[in-house]
Ligand binder design. Structure first.
Ligand SMILES: [Fe+2]
Length: 359
């Protein structure tokens, strides 16, 4: 029997012990042969490692014996304290949002923004912030968890874009409140695993109007209200509710959109593992940057890629390497140095070779 980080599990491996959630619920029983779907489910439930049948690991430097980057972060003291602070802010948001939506108790937006600022400032660098955010996601991601993350990412985009303090605060608040209308949608529809029916999707799409209607009577900057209404619009006109294009879309909404999409892509879903930052950049590039505000999306993706400059990564063919130089033509395909010392340009490499994980 050996303990294997979930990241390194392969189809066909057999569980040597039951796999349980932190609350003790059994997900898989001992003896189960892992399928691709089962491995995805482990990621979804945030299970870091499992016990697999087979001989003891004797090569300490083999991948499965090495803690994944994610595991190293999750066991760090910084992560433990961030997780506590994050949870406290989430419960403050929950009390505030529900108090307003259900009982009309005024929202103390100044207090909420100050809590997000404290959490943001507890991270010394943007790398630390994104390390925390990528690892906070779990199966119980709610409107609150997503909204808090979007708020933190909006704040970071504002800072990377060198906006003044007032504008950064505005972005922080817009990110925090953008999805408040989802509280009007039944949780069983919102959190339904798998695909929505057409009727369900039509209802979920209503959340932008619900958010706007909830914020409309409040004494808030109009950009915050418009960000709630328009954060699913896309610059090429492919979004909803109105199919607006480019400058027709509120500028704050255009930033919230980027943070919203990034957070969704880096969150585990029941049908896929969370994407690593380079896979997210690749997805943005593949789907077309013209869907987003040109200035903000380039600033954002450049900074994200730079955040992981010199990091060790895992390639899609199983080899590990270090990032040595970014390619401004395609940020998801940098030049990397393999363990034998040779360099490989992912931009020109054949066979769809790409970065699969940050190690
Ligand atoms: Fe939304």
């Amino acid at each position: 029997m050996k303990e294997v980080a979930s990241y390194y599990l392969k189809e066909g491996m057999v569980l040597a012990r039951n796999v349980t959630t932190p609350s003790g619920q059994i997900i898989f029983k001992k003896g189960k042969t892992l399928s691709k779907q089962a491995i995805l489910q482990l990621t979804f439930y945030n299970i870091q490692s499992v016990f697999i049948e087979g001989e003891e690991e004797d090569q300490l430097d083999s991948p499965s014996a090495v803690k994944s980057y994610s595991q190293k972060i999750k066991t760090s003291q910084k992560f433990q304290s961030f997780q506590i602070d994050h949870t406290i802010v989430l419960s403050q948001m929950r009390v505030s949002f529900e108090g307003y939506v259900n009982n009309g108790i005024p929202l103390d937006t100044k207090l909420l923004v100050s809590k997000v600022e404290e959490l943001f400032d507890s991270c010394k660098t943007s790398l630390e912030l994104f390390n925390m955010l990528h690892n906070m996601h779990s199966s119980d991601d709610s409107v609150y968890g997503h909204s808090l993350n979007v708020s933190l990412i909006c704040r970071q985009i504002g800072k990377w874009s060198k906006l003044d303090a007032g504008a950064v605060e505005l972005l922080t608040l817009a990110g925090l409140l953008h999805d408040i209308g989802k509280l009007k949608i039944p949780a069983e529809i919102l959190n339904k695993p798998g695909k929505y029916t057409d009727e369900e999707y039509a209802l979920v799409k209503q959340h932008t109007q619900y958010s706007y209607d909830l914020l409309e009577p409040l004494n808030l900057d109009p950009h915050v209200k418009m960000a709630a209404l328009s954060h699913h619009e896309r610059c090429d006109g492919s979004g909803y509710p109105s199919g607006l294009k480019n400058d027709e879309i509120d500028v704050v909404a255009r930033v919230v959109t980027i943070a919203d999409v990034y957070d969704a892509m880096t969150t585990a879903r029941s049908y896929r593992a969370p994407l690593c930052p380079f896979e997210v950049i690749e997805k943005f590039e593949r789907e077309g940057l013209q869907r987003y505000d040109a200035k903000f999306i380039l600033t954002f993706l450049n900074h994200i890629a730079n955040t992981y400059q010199n990091h060790r990564i895992l390639l899609s063919d199983g080899r590990s390497a270090n990032i040595v130089m970014l390619n401004s033509k395609q940020l998801s395909k940098p030049i990397v140095q393999l363990d034998d010392g040779s360099c490989l340009d992912l931009y020109t490499a054949s066979g769809g070779l790409h970065i699969q994980a940050v190690l």
